[in-house]
Design a protein around this ligand. Structure first.
Ligand code: SF4
Length: 574
């Protein structure tokens, strides 16, 4: 069974902004009482998560007694806002800027005395909030077959859409209103994100046998995605969670499409995809399926990342003009394997529970086995490092201890006053530390015993290796940003923002390609610099994939990124 995931699935800009505002506020001021006025977004799992972080929902303004109040992404009416302000509470406005735009359109129309028709569901919180701006009178029109009598036959009328309406329905309602009163001023305020999502599910419905729509049952835009798919005549099912999927649903299905509403978090979509994959695997057979499974396992168990560590070491040795031998490659591979496995186990199912549920489950079931494997590979790496030289042994020992300390925490009872009780808590620490570890192991560890090898080429190869690993890890952080934010892990994208991280990655990639080529041209390194520089631009393709498909299969993604490092190593040696 083939699984196709919609590019547009997942949080829209407005929902992401609202959830980020709430989580960032809670993270920066954990003692502050925070409530949301009404549900922040329409997704029960996300609301449950906010509740677990102490962010409660209050339905009635009269029940708000103090603290900080977050206004939901759908916005509220000006009258409700005034009531909140009169309470003297601190207000954080998480209204989506696109909803704000509709509020302004209605406000201006009302100032000109125009009656306002909002094409949307009367009971939807966005429509209720918008209606508060229609001071010259207004009504909601949900359907072309249910045009309200209140629409005046004379005078000017302003028609807007609830941001998540179907364009086709909106146009039909406008035509009906025009027939009643031709003085219609239409503003198509359907949000682009909604439009793209609906268009994509329409195209997807033509190419699959079943569409799975993931999202809250109370989410209007999710419901509309289901309507669009069904209107195309394809079987479609709306689920809130993976538990609602059964193998019977997929009987005779060869191609399945998965999409999600604007308020569905990535981790919920990943859980649904994992379940679909699980069902597909139980029925799929054949060589392609077996190869795919072996590929997934190789990446999931960090064997592929270990090969990437060895590849990076080969490239660094070749850059320095040192013969590539098996021992330093094995040390790197074992170091990478043991560090990743042990940190995965020590970290427990924290952020990975949200970022990669399949991986979290895989490790939860085999903790003991992987602990033994991780420790054994640490010892084996140390033994091999000793064969390279005593300083290699000391350096590796230091790195392994640092790696072990990274996830270890000081006891809360004695160190409660400290801002960070583990290295893991230091904001943005993970990515540079991983880069430093891999970079040192690939370029410094093999040469540290011989001062004659401490050349400028060693410096260039360290910079190249550390930058490549920094790049790879920071891009993974971008992919994992929702889960990391939920568990309060401050990665680089959370610290400096998505835009700045993207800019940083692009400049770093430019530097990574120029540095080895320039070093080779100046004779600082061997001609390997040219080959490495030729392989690295493929990272740009990975970056492009990220900008278009932020929900691409996590294992495939990691496989490609580490595959580039393996190819860089092979190219250098060959
Ligand atoms: Fe904003 Fe559009 Fe998302 Fe609604 S669907 S919250 S208008 S971005």
């Amino acid at each position: 069974m083939k699984i196709r995931l919609a590019n547009t699935a997942g949080f829209c800009m407005g929902v992401r902004r609202a959830v980020d505002l709430a989580l960032d506020l809670q993270r920066s001021r954990p003692a502050l009482p925070i409530v949301t006025y009404g549900p922040l977004i329409h997704n029960p799992q996300t609301l449950e998560l906010l509740r677990s972080k102490g962010i409660e929902e209050v339905k009635n303004i009269d029940d708000i007694t103090g603290g900080t109040v977050i206004i939901r992404a759908h916005g509220i009416s000006p009258q409700e806002k005034e009531k909140l302000e009169a309470k003297g509470v601190k207000i954080i406005d998480a209204t989506c800027p696109r909803v704000n735009r509709v509020q302004i359109v209605i406000m201006r129309a009302a100032a000109k005395g125009r009656f306002c028709v909002i094409v949307g569901d009367e009971d939807h919180p966005e429509v209720r909030g918008l209606m508060g701006y229609a001071s010259a009178g207004g009504v909601a029109a949900p359907d072309p077959d249910a045009i309200p009598d209140a629409i005046p036959t004379q005078g000017d009328i302003c028609v807007v859409a609830q941001t998540t309406q179907e364009p086709e329905r909106f146009n039909r309602v406008v035509e009906k209103i025009r027939a009643i009163n031709p003085n219609v001023h239409v503003s198509d305020t359907i949000c682009d994100s909604t439009r793209r999502r609906q268009e994509e599910v329409g195209r997807m419905a033509d190419e699959v046998d079943l569409v799975v729509v993931v999202g809250g049952k109370g989410s209007g835009n999710t419901q509309r995605l289901l309507n669009v798919a069904q209107a195309q005549g394809v079987a479609a099912v709306h689920v809130e969670s993976q538990e609602e999927l059964t193998p019977e649903l997929f009987a005779h299905v060869r191609r399945v499409g998965v999409t999600a509403g604007a308020s569905t978090p990535n981790w919920q979509i990943r859980r649904v995809i994992d379940k679909v994959k699980h069902i597909a695997r139980s029925s799929d057979t054949g060589l392609r399926h077996s190869l795919r499974r072996v590929g997934d396992l190789t990446v999931m168990t960090y064997l592929w990342a270990s090969a990437a560590g060895a590849g990076l070491t080969a490239a660094c040795l070749a850059l320095q003009g040192i013969a590539v031998t098996a021992t330093p490659l094995l040390v790197s591979a074992l170091f990478v394997f043991s560090m990743h496995i042990l940190n995965r186990i020590l970290e427990g199912s924290g952020a990975v529970r949200f970022n990669s549920p399949e991986i979290a489950q895989f490790y939860d079931r085999r903790r003991g086995v992987f602990k033994v494997l991780g420790l054994t590979s640490s010892v084996a790496a140390l033994g091999l490092a000793w064969l390279i030289g005593p300083w290699s042994f000391v350096l590796l020992l230091g790195m392994l201890v640092m790696g072990r300390l990274y996830s270890s925490r000081l006891p809360e009872a004695r160190f409660a006053g400290l801002p960070w009780r583990s290295l893991n808590d230091v904001p943005g620490s993970k990515t540079p530390l991983v880069a430093l570890g891999w970079g040192t192991c690939a370029s410094i560890l093999p040469i540290i015993n011989d001062p004659q090898l401490w050349t400028a080429a060693a410096g260039v190869s360290f910079l190249f290796a550390a930058s490549a690993v920094f790049w790879r890890t920071a891009l993974s952080d971008l992919l994992d940003i929702q889960g990391d934010r939920i568990v309060g892990r401050e990665t680089i994208p959370i610290l400096i923002g998505i835009k700045k991280t993207r800019t940083l990655l692009l400049w770093l990639l430019f530097g990574m390609c120029v540095l080895p080529a320039l070093a080779a041209a100046l004779g600082v390194t061997t001609v390997t610099g040219y080959y490495v520089a030729a392989v690295l631009p493929t990272f740009f393709c990975v970056y492009q994939m990220y900008t278009r498909r932020h929900l691409v299969d996590r294992l495939l993604w990691e496989g490609i990124m580490d595959g580039i490092l393996i190819v860089a190593g092979l190219t250098s040696v060959l």
